[in-house]
Write a protein that binds this ligand. Structure first.
Ligand SMILES: [Zn+2]
Length: 537
């Protein structure tokens, strides 16, 4: 009868493999396989120092006093999962010969109300009291120097946590109902009644994970970092203020907080870490502070109530799957600072009908908008890399209308995928204002036409060429001295001989026969005018 905690394994499979990887299983080489003996209800082994280690317990006692000796051997250790899932067990007395309680020893002892840990114990293993749903209080004695992660996970009745005042490694200062590592001021683990002391600078990994009944928590502004999984699956937690003192928050820190509807994020954070708010499906709006440069992988994945998110001008990267399955998200304004959009980043945002991808975005990952953008996308960077690979999900759905620049990567993507494409200046809410206008030069000055204006994106003629009327002077007055003299005829001659040049206006004044050419005829006409043979041109 090897007891491996099925409950833990199920949870582990569903959620985070990372932090649950310390499980011992029969395949795990750490699991003791050496010779064991039976005495009474106990299976035990003799370990290196000649003492006994309890490996298993076959009894069904409600009140149990563990033996200090088994067949003359002093009991010094409770081996991993040795008393796990003893569901009748209500109280247990551990003899003071025991120095180590290994991983998972009392896990799943769902009736366990009271346990006295003797002073001789130095180690409390991972998941040691996990799922002890009836446990209301715990005292960490003076000798404990190591408490491994998740030791009291899901002990949802736990309201009193005390550390012996003689313990040199840990304390429970200010009656905080939590364990604080004294030297580092790190809160190691707490419970639903914890009050985080304002001397704590760090909230450790898993500190409140699976604290299902934690409704609210005040994080004091002494806290600089929050570890990974710190509030994972605090399913009753309704709001949280991450104070501006906090500089880092670990992955999964607030993931699966399914009641969380209000969150204020520290303006010292430079990243929203991976999975930080994943599956917070009551969260309807988030303001990301303008200190944030990166929204990491899956940061808001499955936030199915998220209607609004403000992504500030500081953000350069939206990571893979960051907003995947945010099915209520109906509008996203991407900042000019944005440089890349990760794989699947906005996939299955079914309410998101359109988006403008700013000009600094140089890459869009596979499937980034798959299942989203029922109307259109505007891609403003002509060279933006848009992942396109038959082995992956399409980056855009085939019904998405792509607006972009002619011959751009977006245009190519549309052609390869047989999708509709239009110049971006034709997109809704876009105008030709601010678009680079490429002027068409006048054919030459003799044509008398001004430069026309044409849209460089769609070729639309915005301003036709127009005939120029001379603004000053009059025909024949080539040197513009307000009189037609023989000097004007000379100026035209020198121009025809390519000795002197004429300005555009002078050229118009020189074209006396208005044939759009300057020739010897114009010289002759000026000479005739000066000689009073003709009196107009
Ligand atoms: Zn245009």
């Amino acid at each position: 009868m090897k007891k491996i905690l099925s409950v833990l394994l199920v949870i582990a499979l569903v959620f985070i493999s990372v932090s649950f990887s310390a499980f011992a299983t029969e395949e795990n080489p750490d699991y003791p396989i050496d010779e064991t003996f039976i005495e009474g209800d106990y299976e035990y082994a003799i370990i290196d120092d000649g003492t006994a280690e309890i490996r298993d317990y076959f009894g069904e006692a409600e009140n149990l006093t563990l033996p200090s000796k088994l067949n003359e051997y002093t009991v010094s250790k409770l081996a991993i999962y040795s008393l796990s899932e003893c569901e009748n067990l209500e109280t247990v007395v551990i003899p003071d010969t025991v120095t180590a309680i290994a991983d998972g020893v009392f896990s799943g002892c769902t009736s366990l109300k009271k346990v006295e840990i003797p002073d001789a114990v130095t180690i409390i293993g991972a998941w040691c009291f996990a799922d002890c749903f009836s446990l209301e209080s715990i005292v960490i004695p003076k000798g404990v120097t190591k408490i491994t992660h998740n030791a009291f996970s899901r002990c949802n009745k736990l309201t009193s946590i005390k550390v012996s005042e003689d313990n040199k490694k840990y304390d429970s200062r200010n009656d905080c109902n939590a364990v604080v590592e004294t030297k580092t001021n790190t809160l190691l683990f707490g419970c639903k009644s914890s009050v985080i002391p304002d001397t704590v600078t760090s909230i450790g990994a898993d500190a409140f994970s699976c604290c299902y009944l934690l409704k609210s928590i005040n994080i004091p502004n002494s806290v600089k970092s929050i570890g990974e999984n710190a509030f994972l699956m605090c399913t009753s937690l309704e709001s949280v203020v991450i104070p501006d003192s906090v500089e880092t928050v670990g992955e999964w820190a607030f993931a699966e907080c399914t009641s969380l509807s209000s969150v204020k994020i520290s303006n010292k954070l430079t990243a929203i870490s991976g999975w930080m708010f994943s599956n917070c499906n009551s969260l309807s709006s988030v303001v990301i502070p303008d200190s944030v440069e990166t929204i990491d992988q899956s940061a808001f994945v499955d936030c199915s109530s998220l209607l609004q998110v403000s992504i500030p001008e500081s953000v350069e990267r939206v990571g893979d799957w960051a907003f995947c399955n945010c099915s209520a998200l109906s509008a996203v304004e991407l900042p000019e600072s944005l440089k890349s959009i990760g794989e699947g980043a906005f996939s299955n945002c079914t309410a998101l009908k359109s988006v403008v991808i700013p000009k600094n975005v140089s890459s869009i990952g596979y499937g980034a908008f798959y299942g989203s953008l029922s109307d259109y996308v505007v891609v403003l960077n002509a060279e933006c890399e848009i992942k396109n690979d038959a082995d992956y999900s399409d980056t855009f759905m085939s019904k998405t209308l792509i607006y972009g620049i002619k011959d751009s990567t977006a245009h190519q993507y549309a052609e390869i995928r047989d999708m509709a494409f239009e110049p971006y200046c034709q997109a809704p809410d876009f105008t030709h204002d601010g678009i680079v206008i490429e002027g068409i030069p006048a054919t030459d000055f003799e044509s008398g036409l001004t430069d026309g204006l044409q849209c460089g994106i769609c070729d639309e003629m915005l301003k036709a060429q127009q005939e120029v009327k001379p603004l000053i002077g009059f025909i024949g007055d080539v040197d513009m001295d307000s009189d037609v003299t023989i000097l004007d005829a000379t100026a035209v001659q020198l121009y025809i001989a390519q000795i002197e040049t004429l300005s555009q206006t002078q050229a118009l004044l020189a074209d006396t026969d208005n044939d759009k050419e300057i020739s010897i005829i114009d010289v002759t006409l000026i000479q005739l005018f000066v000689a009073h043979i003709i009196d107009e041109f």
